[in-house]
Design a protein. Structure first.
Length: 273
C-alpha cells in the first residue's frame, strides 16, 4: 500500500525525502560525506556542484544503484536501504537519467508503456489496448508541455527535451512520489530545455518531491525551492530561494570559499533551519 503524500509546507509534516548524515565511500575515499537534506512533497531541490562534487553518487544512491555506509535515507519518514533500482522504484522513486535508454525504433506510446501495456479482453483472447495506450500517452505528454504529439511516431524522432519529458510523464503516470532528474549533457535549444523545466514544475505541482541535478544556476533558480551545493562530496551550501537570487547562486557555485562562509553565517542567524 502506498504511503500518502505529506502535505507540502504543513506544520509538522513528515518530509517525503530525507537524508541524515549520509556517507558513501569507495575504499578510503568518501564520495559523499555526512550529506543531509529534507524535502517535502511539492518542492524542488536543485543539486549543483562541479564535476567530482558527488552529484552522480547522490543520484546513484537515491536510485538504488549504491548503498550508503553511514547515516540514514528515509522516504515518507521510513528508513530505507535499497539493494537494487527495483526496490527504489517500489518506494516510488523514479530516476530520469541523462542518457535515456529508449527503444528508438518503437513508437512513442510503446516506449511510454514498455513492460506495462494496457490490455483488454480475457485470456485467451486478451490483446493490447492500442487505442487506450495512444490516448493516455498523448494526454500524459500534453500534461508536461508536449502538445500535438503523434504517439505512433518512432521515439528516435523525439528531440532531447522531449525524451526527458517522456520519461517524466511516464513517472507521473505510474505513481512516482520522488522524482530524481539527472540533467542531460546533450546540448539543447532553449525551447527544449524549457520543456524539461516545465516538466519539473508539473511534477512539483502534482505534489512530488523533485531532486533536479543541474549544471546551470540560472535554470536552477527558475524552478528550485531549495539548493543543495556539493563540493568534494560534502555539503557546501543548503539554501532556499529566500537566501539567494540567481546572480548570487551563480557566484556561489563558482566560489566554494565564499559559499562556505555564507552558509556558516546563515546557520548562525537561523540555527533551526
Amino acid at each position: 500500500m502506498t504511503t500518502p503524500l505529506p502535505t507540502a509546507g504543513a506544520a509538522g509534516a513528515t518530509p517525503l525525502l530525507e537524508l541524515r548524515d549520509l556517507t558513501v565511500s569507495f575504499g578510503s575515499v568518501a564520495a559523499l560525506s555526512r550529506v543531509s537534506l529534507q524535502l517535502d512533497g511539492g518542492q524542488v531541490c536543485c543539486v549543483l556542484g562541479e564535476n567530482g562534487s558527488g552529484k552522480s553518487t547522490l543520484v546513484a544512491l537515491l536510485s538504488g544503484l549504491l548503498r550508503h555506509g553511514e547515516g540514514e535515507l528515509l522516504v515518507a519518514g521510513r528508513p530505507v536501504r535499497f539493494r537494487s533500482p527495483g526496490q527504489a522504484r517500489a518506494q516510488g522513486i523514479a530516476t530520469v537519467w541523462p542518457d535515456l535508454a529508449i527503444a528508438p525504433l518503437m513508437s512513442v506510446w510503446r516506449n511510454f508503456f514498455l513492460g506495462a501495456e494496457p490490455t483488454r479482453g480475457v485470456w485467451p483472447l486478451r490483446r493490447l489496448d492500442v487505442a487506450t495506450a495512444q490516448q493516455v500517452t498523448v494526454r500524459a505528454m500534453a500534461r508536461v508541455g508536449v502538445a500535438g504529439l503523434d504517439p505512433d511516431q518512432a521515439a528516435s524522432g523525439l528531440q532531447a527535451g522531449e525524451r526527458q519529458s517522456l520519461a517524466i510523464a511516464r513517472a507521473l503516470h505510474f505513481g512516482a512520489r520522488v522524482l530524481v532528474i539527472d540533467e542531460p549533457t546533450t546540448p539543447m535549444t532553449l525551447s527544449q530545455r524549457g520543456l524539461v523545466l516545465q516538466s519539473v514544475v508539473t511534477a512539483r505541482d502534482e505534489g512530488l518531491a523533485v531532486v533536479f541535478v543541474t549544471h546551470s544556476p540560472q535554470y536552477a533558480h527558475l524552478v528550485g525551492d531549495r539548493f543543495l551545493l556539493l563540493a568534494r562530496g560534502r555539503v557546501a551550501g543548503n539554501l532556499t530561494r529566500d537566501d539567494v537570487d540567481a546572480d548570487d547562486l551563480t557566484r556561489l557555485v563558482a566560489g566554494g570559499d565564499e559559499l562556505s562562509r555564507l552558509t556558516a553565517t546563515l546557520r548562525r542567524a537561523a540555527p533551526g533551519r
